[in-house]
Design a protein around this ligand. Structure first.
Ligand code: COA
Length: 424
């Protein structure tokens, strides 16, 4: 199967077929318009491959997710988030020397320019930390201008990974009116973030190994997910040759929405609403099935996974063990489990292949860790950073990259004459 045939009107055309390393098949329509005058129409891009990529493989029918070929289950079991960053960005697992060097670099670049602290001061206290986070990431470009030199690009990648957690923790401290906590070089990536989030001077802060391990897992599970909404945004913005910080800042904005990364916050809001309403989850199942209600079961459904989301499977078990280890009893976990049980046997959800996704249980873990709801999506963004960076880098290094510019089918008014306002 090297070619695909298309019949349009009385003409027949052949288009090349491309195959991925896992036998995924695509029809190469690069020349569709120039040869036929027609475009492909695919709102929501559900059938459109916008690039080839060597980073992440998903088989949605079979619940498979692999980073650079490594199954997510193995990575989640044994790797550190820093190792996963290296793997995604540079394409191979680091050896000991590479890992130590990378870790050292991430530790040495955690401070933000003191002038950036002034930026935080201008925001009203109730500002959503995602607004601050996206603005701060783009603002890094003011301090670290872009260059075509690969060494500078690489340094900016390190700066971005190292400083993002400082910016995220500062955004949180600003929102609760506490002093900013500076990074510590003796802590791990995740330990340092927890310290900057939760230390309150003059009390010493000890990083809990349970929290550190849970955060490591959460970040790993969010690290990449091929061409989703925010990653495509990063590639879209980056395709105009906008700098790394601007492209990633745009990705953070795309992630914010409740249909994407914002779903983790929306899940907790939904579970809380059900709890306050007496825990009547059957009523909400009814609403979710009623199209008129406008209510969706947040944390359910996925564009790609049509069987199960392997990240959700891992997180469901983690939620139970983290709550156990921390001695936290959360009634929302019970409501979540009940909702899942009902949904998995309900025709509406079964027929539409709607299963819990990564956001369904992650929020319950964040809550148990003491992370406030409005920081959930910020932590998702921290986890997704290496994926966005890897995808941006892959796109920039691919000589065939063109500026992303979809077409449209125009359905507006046909040509008509302008009428001066007095005569309308
Ligand atoms: N609750 C109730 N019904 C849902 C649903 C949900 N969470 N998700 C999808 N559906 C229904 C749709 O109404 C539609 O029904 P129809 O065929 O009768 O019209 C069908 O399932 C397909 O949904 P659609 O919106 O076309 O799928 P999509 O691929 O465009 O959207 C999501 C995928 C993730 C945006 C969608 O499932 C959703 O909104 N989920 C909740 C938000 C969420 O958890 N997002 C995080 C994703 S990781």
């Amino acid at each position: 199967m090297d070619n695909a045939k298309l019949i349009l009107g009385d003409q027949e055309y052949e288009f090349p077929v491309i195959k991925g390393s896992e036998d995924e098949v695509g029809i190469d329509f690069t020349k569709l318009r120039s040869r036929t005058g027609a475009i492909s129409f695919d709102p929501g891009y559900g059938n459109t491959g916008a690039c080839t990529s060597e980073i992440t493989y998903i088989d949605g029918e079979n619940g498979i997710l692999r980073y650079r070929g490594y199954p997510i289950e193995q990575i989640a079991e044994s790797a550190s988030f820093v190792e996963v960053c290296y793997l995604l960005i540079y394409g191979h697992l680091p050896d000991e020397k590479e890992l130590t060097n990378f870790q050292n670099q991430l530790t040495r670049h955690t401070l933000i320019h003191e002038d950036m602290k002034k930026f935080f001061e201008g925001y009203p206290p109730a500002t959503h930390p995602m607004a601050i986070m996206s603005a701060m990431l783009v603002s890094l470009s003011a301090f670290y201008p872009e260059s075509d030199d690969p060494d500078i690009i690489n340094l900016n990648i390190i700066r971005l990974l190292a400083k993002a957690k400082t910016l995220a923790a500062f955004a949180y401290k600003k929102s609760i009116g506490q002093p900013y906590i500076y990074p510590r070089n003796d802590l791990s990536y995740t330990g340092d973030f927890l310290h900057m989030m939760f230390a309150v001077p003059p009390e010493p802060y000890h990083v809990s190994p349970v929290l550190e391990k849970a955060l490591n897992l959460l970040l790993i599970l969010h690290a990449d997910h091929e061409q989703n909404c925010s990653t495509s945004t990063v590639r879209m913005v980056g395709s105009s040759q906008a700098n790394l910080f601007a492209s990633i800042g745009a990705g953070v904005c795309a992630l914010w929405g409740p249909l994407h990364g914002g779903a983790n916050q929306a899940v907790i809001d939904m579970l809380e609403m059900i709890r306050k309403d007496g825990g009547d989850y059957k009523k909400y199942m009814g609403l979710a099935k009623d199209k008129e209600s406008g209510f969706r079961l947040m944390g359910f459904g996925h564009r790609v996974y049509k069987n199960f989301d392997p990240r959700a499977t891992i997180l469901k078990e983690t939620a139970k063990s983290v709550l156990n280890e921390l001695g936290v009893h959360d009634p929302l976990l019970e409501i979540a489990q009940e909702l899942e049980n009902i949904a998995l046997s309900d025709d509406y959800f079964v027929q539409r292949n709607l299963y819990p996704n990564v956001d369904f249980y992650s929020g319950i873990i964040y809550r148990a860790m003491g992370i406030p709801t409005n920081m959930f999506t910020v932590i998702f963004a921290l986890g997704r950073l290496p994926g966005w960076i890897a995808q941006w880098k892959e796109m920039r290094e691919d000589p065939s990259t063109r500026i992303n510019r979809p077409r449209q089918i125009y359905t507006g008014a046909t040509a008509r004459d302008y009428v001066p306002v007095q005569k309308r």
